[in-house]
Ligand binder design. Sequence first.
Ligand code: FE2
Length: 131
Amino acid sequence: MTLLGDKIQEADWKKEKHVPVIECPDAVKKDEFFEINVGLGKAIAHPNTTEHHIRWISLYFHPQDEKFTVDIARFTFNAHGESVKGPDTSTIYTHHQGTTWMKTSKPGTLYAMAYCNIHGLWQSAKEITVT
Ligand code: FE2
């Protein structure tokens, strides 16, 4: 049996347009909120059409030496040009980018997972230290 985790793809975001990019400080202050931006297409733009788009990005944090992963935020991108006239006719598109804030007293790893409606699941990770 294969598990869902085996199907989540990963690559270098500079070469692969589906990989979510996590932007935040490498080191954060203990128990102080910091900003996190997550999105796609920093190096290579991903299409945003009715037929081909990023549906959502989820963000998780796994504190060092803890057993469980924490769900931080979920961004859904719901407008991709569709209208009663057909695909790509509304001129309204949600951009696949999200911003949130979090705080932690422990270092750990941020994980992002993105879903492309035709190319499946993609993940990336970023280590966070606490000072
Ligand atoms: Fe795609």
